[in-house]
Structure formats: structure tokens, C-alpha cells
Design a protein. Structure first.
Length: 186
């Protein structure tokens, strides 16, 4: 039942940001508010458990990709750059804005994850340069382009205007970063 509570919490977060209520959650689950509070002492604690589960899932994926013997350097880089939550599902841009604003400590955990993932990406690129798969580039500029693009793609207005999911936008961005815009026969 705790998993179901977390799934519905994420669903409400994605719909309403942090303005959802425990009463709405209880109604969706057809349980009492008291039952929810028996499982978790507060809404923020419940949200924190959802965010921790998403973060644990992302960290697990990064380690699996980095340690994979089946993936080559380019495939690993592509997989690392497009890693998305699988456990409970993705966070909407609306919920991310609220988490950044209302739960900065929790968001800081995601920022540290992004920094750690970047270190894995950087190692792969450096390895790819040694293998002559990639040309040498200024990695600090690529990091700014990558992080800036992720932040830009995560804007609610952009996603709704372009009818994109955040994950699909990240996959497209990664394809452009890795393969460019020049046709392969040129």
C-alpha cells in the first residue's frame, strides 16, 4: 500500500505541484487521511520519500550504465545523458518548480546527483577522446550547454507548446549533441 501511496502522491504532485492536499490523496486512494498519516507523519515526509525513491532509481541506473560490459562508450554516453526515472515515473516541470522553491534541501540532493552524473559523462567523453571516438572539446562549455538545455527544456510552457514530454525532449537534445545537425553523408 505504501507504494500505491507514493505513486498517487507523485501523480498529484505532477498535476498540482506541492499545492495538493493529503485529503485529495486519501480520496484518490479511497482511504482516510488518518491512514495516510499513519504511513507518513506529514505531506513533506511523504513527498521526500517519493523524491528519494526517484533519486535512488536514477543513481542505480547511472551505476548500471557506467558498469555495463554490454554497452560501448557511445551507447553508455547516450544512456547516461537520457537517464529518466523508472521507479515511480518522471517529475513534471510544475512539480520541479515547486520542489526547488519549497523544498530546497530535497532539490539539493538532485543537484548533487546531476553533478555526479556529469562526472560519469565527463569520464566517458575523456575515454572516448582517447579511443578517437570523439574529438577533444572544452568539457566545461559542454557541461553548461547540457545543463542549460535541460533547464530550458523543462519549462512547462515549452513542453506544452511543442507537445513534448521532457524525456523525449532530452532524447532529442542528446541526439543533437552527440550526432550534430550535419547529415551523415556530408
Amino acid at each position: 500500500m505504501l507504494e500505491r501511496i507514493r505513486v498517487e502522491t507523485l501523480s498529484l504532485m505532477n498535476e498540482k505541484g506541492m499545492s495538493f492536499t493529503v485529503a485529495e490523496l486519501a480520496e484518490r486512494l479511497a482511504v482516510s487521511k488518518r491512514y495516510i498519516y499513519e504511513q507518513s507523519s506529514s505531506k513533506n515526509e511523504l513527498v521526500a520519500s517519493v523524491l528519494n525513491e526517484i533519486l535512488d532509481d536514477l543513481q542505480r541506473q547511472v551505476q548500471e550504465i557506467a558498469n555495463s560490459q554490454q554497452l560501448g562508450t557511445i551507447d553508455k554516453l547516450n544512456a547516461l545523458m537520457t537517464t529518466a526515472p523508472k521507479a515511480l515515473g518522471p517529475l513534471s516541470s510544475r512539480s520541479i518548480v515547486d520542489i526547488k522553491r519549497l523544498l530546497p534541501e530535497q532539490w539539493g540532493n538532485f543537484e548533487r546527483f546531476f553533478d555526479d552524473r556529469w562526472e560519469e559523462i565527463k569520464k566517458l567523453i575523456e575515454h572516448g577522446v582517447q579511443q578517437k571516438l570523439f574529438r577533444p572539446i572544452d568539457l566545461s562549455v559542454l557541461q553548461q550547454v547540457y545543463r542549460g538545455t535541460i533547464n530550458g527544456l523543462n519549462e512547462y510552457q515549452y513542453l506544452t507548446r511543442s507537445n513534448q514530454t521532457f524525456h523525449n525532449a532530452i532524447v532529442t537534445m542528446t541526439d543533437i549533441l552527440l550526432y550534430g545537425i550535419i547529415a551523415s553523408d556530408n
